[in-house]
Design a protein around this ligand. Structure first.
Ligand code: FAD
Length: 362
């Protein structure tokens, strides 16, 4: 391990891994994680790549670039087998939504198509969509924990070093360099530091300016009984979601999500969240009533400021220390895109779109 790499990245989740993949193309990079790859929210994510999220299916920020960046990262990490690119099916789940979905489909015909109830029943017989569904053909799903590992492996092939089990307790920036301090007191110097801490940054006094908050979420990994498979079941998202695990050769494993807990006292999975997820997803895919729960995983999504925009910016009082956080529930669509911006603008922060700056008014 070099003790003075050009960039130290703290955190090996989606953000840190994608940053490592970009920055290690031309720089010496060291990634440090307190636990290991995808130990935080990235380990709980269901993996939806859904560029039209929310009840109104609004397009994500920088739609085309975000989608292109995910595909480029998948290719560079040689992770095509982890990417289910069959699209995302969004059944209408509330009054008035069909009209909104139809309007969206007319507005973004290259991404979306509205399917009638009959069309859904014909193409996807295991999905319940009595009022039709929005077909997000440019979406899909990526198995996030394995993807993060592949991205880190690709970064390592470019020369990055990844170390686990080291918690970073502090960071500093001078005019000429930055540094991090590990728990046992060792200091590592670098040209720049990138903080991709996920929930590890929430409540950290040195990051108050970012106005971060966490929303706990739980996902379930379930297995269908012998018989039905996920071959005819694409990723489905309504008020909950069901995502087939593309690496399961038997095509019977799915990830179901998710809960949204703004107040929480434990990071452990709870029975209440499990029941809520089962209720929501069985409405979309009735056959899930027969599925067996294999495990439940939790993570904390991080949001920044009032507008819930991601943050990619140097810290106001430490200009060589960048924050890369606030990916919320759009980790897959935002991390590769922001990582690319970071690679382009590490020495030119003014080139990063203002929308990704430290939230105003804090
Ligand atoms: C239940 C759930 C479902 C989700 N589903 C989806 C989905 O379907 N699609 C999607 O795109 N997104 C989804 N997300 C969101 C996505 O998981 C996150 O946006 C993304 O994983 C955040 O990545 P990150 O790298 O910022 O944080 P994390 O993945 O949390 O990584 C942070 C890393 O930093 C390390 N760390 C923290 N503090 C320190 C420290 N001081 N020193 C050293 N290391 C430290 C941690 O160990 C961790 O590994 C979901 C999230 C949850 C919780």
């Amino acid at each position: 391990m070099s003790t003075s790499p050009e960039v130290v990245i703290v955190g090996a989740g989606l953000a840190g891994a994608c940053a490592a993949l970009e920055l290690s193309r031309s720089r010496e990079v060291l990634v440090i994680d307190a636990v290991g790859a995808a130990a935080g929210a990235s380990g709980a994510a269901a993996g939806l790549v859904n560029p039209f999220m929310g009840r109104k299916a609004r397009p994500v920020w920088q739609l085309a670039d975000a989608l292109a960046a995910v595909r480029a990262a998948v290719a560079r990490a040689e992770a095509e087998d982890l990417f289910d690119d069959r699209g995302v099916l969004r059944p209408v789940v509330e009054d008035g939504q069909a009209a909104v979905f139809r309007e969206r489909a007319a507005e973004f015909p290259e991404h979306l198509m509205f399917l009638s109830p009959e069309a859904v029943a014909g193409q996807y017989p295991s999905v319940a969509a009595p009022a039709g569904a929005l077909w997000v053909r440019t979406g899909g799903a990526v198995m996030v924990p394995s993807f993060v590992q592949r991205v880190l492996d690709a970064a390592a092939r470019q020369g990055a070093t990844v170390i686990s089990g080291q918690h970073v307790s502090a960071w500093r920036s001078t005019d000429t360099h930055a540094s991090v301090t590990l728990d046992h007191g060792e200091q590592l110097q670098a040209g720049h530091v990138v903080l991709a801490l996920g929930y590890g940054g929430v409540g950290h006094p040195a990051l108050d300016a970012l106005d971060l908050r966490g929303v706990k979420g739980q996902t379930l990994r379930v297995r269908l009984p012998a018989g039905p498979t996920t071959d005819q079941l694409p990723p489905v998202a309504g008020s909950g979601y069901a995502v087939p695990v593309s690496t399961d050769d038997a095509r019977r494993t799915l990830i179901l999500g998710s809960s949204y807990e703004h107040q929480f006292t434990t990071l452990d999975p709870t029975g209440d969240a499990t029941q809520q997820i089962l209720r929501k997803t069985q409405r979309l895919v009735p056959a899930l009533a027969e599925a067996t729960i294999r495990d439940a995983v939790t993570g904390v999504r991080v949001y920044a400021g009032q507008h819930n925009r991601p943050v990619l910016a140097p810290l106001p009082d430490a200009p060589r220390v960048w924050a890369f956080t606030g990916l919320g529930s759009k980790g897959l669509l935002m991390a590769p895109l922001l990582a690319r911006l970071l690679g382009d603008h590490l020495h030119d922060p003014a080139g990063v779109p203002e929308a990704l700056g430290v939230p105003a008014g804090t």
